[in-house]
Each structure stands twice: as C-alpha cells, then as structure tokens.
Write a new protein. Structure first.
Length: 225
C-alpha cells in the first residue's frame, strides 16, 4: 500500500492542474448522463471489476471511475495513470478509457491503433500483446484509404478472414470518420475506446460516447447476420 500511495502522490504532484481539470470534466459528464461517479478506486483493495485492455497492470492507478447504462448498454469510464518501462526509459501516461459491454461475445480480438503522432501512446501494446500483428496489407476486400491511412489494424494473422468479414464497409467508414485519433479495441465481449489527449473536454466525452454506442450496435448486429 505504501508504494501505491507514494506513486499516487507523485502523480498528483506531476499532473495536479491537469488531473483537477480532467476530474471536473469527468464528474460533470457523469452527472449529466446520470452515471455513478466513484472517484479514485484501488484495484488491490476496493471491491470492483477492473477495466481490462492493454493498459491494465499491477501498478496502474484508476481515478474518476464511472459506471452507468445508456440506450440499453452498460458503460464504464476510468481515468488511468501508469508508469512503465519503454526501452531504457520510464514512461508515464494517462488514458481515459471507455468500456462498453457488447452482446456479441464471438468477435476476434482486434485493435485499431492510430498512426502518426498518436502511435507512440500505444507502444506498451506491442509488449503485452505481441501476438497482435498488422493486417492492413492483408485486408483487401473492404480496403479503405482513409482508415488504412489513419489506423493500423491489429489481430492474430489466423483471424484475417474473420476480421475482413467483421470490418464491413459501413463499419470501416464509420470508424475512420468517428473515432480518430482514439484507439479502438474489441475483445471478450467488450469494446474499449482509448482517449489519450491530455485535455479532456465535454465534447470529446460526449462524441466518444455516441461513437462507441454506434459501433457497439453495429458489432451486435453481426450476431443477427
């Protein structure tokens, strides 16, 4: 516990004005949506289910934990801080993560990482999930210059045909226009949206919520097909 408290205090000192701003935006957003805002939670001591995904670790610290239901879907949000090794250097990072519980549990594990300046925020992904491989050059049926220019599509190479079936033209068009520069992941019946901008705004959160709901509905419609 002493180590975690010291780490959190370091985070507060380093990011204090930024954290206060983010916390205020997230709390206001939760109240506006009728969600429940729990604030800081401890993954080791508090009784709650940790939001998974590539950012989960034994050292991450979750603040502004939010849960709620919207349009029939269960949502969770968290502002997550972690410090991890990248090569010989230590990297500190904040992610705002949105999780949506899907009805479709049969999806392959797919991660769409933004290219360009935002790509560096996902370096940890290739360490903790090395089985995910780039598929952009292998997906030709619904090739999109816009999506392929903005995102690297990652999955197991053995799932290439399934991923191609999953990424229909409407889904590809929607992801490229609605989500960039956010990361998108679906795995084990959950959809994750990763927001890496240091400055959170009401517009970013509301747009991400609407976009996440749209994609969840599109993915769940595949069950009916």
């Amino acid at each position: 516990m002493a180590v975690r408290v010291a780490t959190f205090r370091h985070m507060v000192r380093r990011f204090s004005p930024q954290l206060r701003s983010r916390a205020k935006v997230l709390k206001t957003f939760a109240e506006r949506m009728g969600f429940v805002h729990f604030g800081l939670v401890d993954q080791h001591d508090d009784d709650y289910e940790t939001i998974r995904g590539f950012t989960a670790s034994l050292s991450h610290i979750d603040s502004d934990y939010i849960v709620g239901t919207f349009e029939g879907y269960n949502f969770r949000f968290v502002d997550r801080f972690d410090s991890y090794k990248h090569g010989s250097h230590s990297h500190e990072q904040l992610w705002c993560i949105m999780e949506i519980e899907l009805q479709n549990n049969d999806l392959p594990h797919v991660f769409l990482t933004p290219t360009g300046r935002e790509a560096g925020e996902y370096d940890k992904l290739f360490t903790v999930q090395p089985y995910l491989q780039p598929l952009n050059t292998m997906l030709m049926q619904n090739h999109s210059t816009e999506l392929h220019g903005r995102y690297q599509i990652l999955a197991r190479t053995t799932h290439t045909h399934e991923v191609e079936r999953l990424l229909t033209s409407p889904i590809i068009a929607g992801i490229s226009s609605r989500f960039w520069p956010h990361g998108v992941e679906f795995n084990n019946g959950k959809l994750y949206i990763y927001i890496t901008q240091h400055r959170l705004t009401k517009t970013v959160l509301e747009t991400s919520l609407a976009s996440g709901l749209w994609l969840a509905e599109m993915l769940d419609e595949l069950v009916e097909d």
